[in-house]
Design a binder for this molecule. Structure first.
Ligand SMILES: [Zn+2]
Length: 197
């Protein structure tokens, strides 16, 4: 069997890194909108493109407990789900799993609920691929999306055309290797079947 190689120039490697981060954060953001916990904004780093975050308001009950822990866990789980479904870099998802467990820490049957939420997030992320990609592309373009804009894109009242280049990049995701460089996350070529993500 011949070893096929994915050839990536520097620009494409950086673009893939951006897309990776944007899809991950878009999945969190769309998950927040889906379960109705509210979304303040989503952003990715201006310099370090591997940096991204999603801000959702956390509601604390009068007794100090967090309101809607399962919804919070779902939002965190969407990052893990996006990495699984779209073959994104797994590196950032350990933090998401920690967050899921933090959300569920005070809940009975946490293990069972965690499995249920991870499964629900996976179903959600797979089902809403086109909406998540639209949010991700807009995020890549604008670097920061406020909650209302994200909501309009997610609901389809603001149209975003996802370019062919974006979809091609998604198709390459499972055959690249990730390296953190001084300009942020970058994808490199490598022989297919040798992934160390
Ligand atoms: Zn995440």
């Amino acid at each position: 069997m011949s070893k096929s190689k994915v050839e990536l120039d520097e620009e494409m490697g950086i673009y893939l890194g951006q897309i990776n981060t944007c899809i991950h954060e878009a999945a969190h953001g769309c998950g927040a909108l889906h379960v109705g916990v509210g979304l303040q904004y989503i952003e990715i780093g201006l310099d370090d493109i591997s940096f991204g975050r999603v801000m959702t308001p956390t509601q604390i009950l009068s007794d100090g407990r967090i309101a809607y822990p399962e919804r919070g866990a779902f939002v965190s789980a969407c990052g893990i789900a996006a990495a699984q479904v779209y073959h994104l870099r797994r590196g950032g998802t350990g933090h998401d799993l920690t967050k899921v467990r933090e959300w569920l820490a005070s809940i009975e049957d946490a293990d069972k609920i965690e499995r249920k939420i991870l499964w629900k997030a996976r179903t959600f992320v797979a089902k809403h691929k086109s909406r998540i990609f639209k949010v991700a592309h807009a995020l890549q373009d604008q670097r920061r999306l406020d909650g209302q804009t994200t909501d309009r894109i997610f609901r389809g009242t603001e149209e975003v055309i996802v370019p062919r280049r974006f979809l091609d990049a998604v198709g390459m995701m499972q055959s690249v290797r990730w390296v953190d460089t001084d300009v942020g996350l970058r994808a490199f070529k490598y022989p297919v079947g040798d992934s160390t993500n």
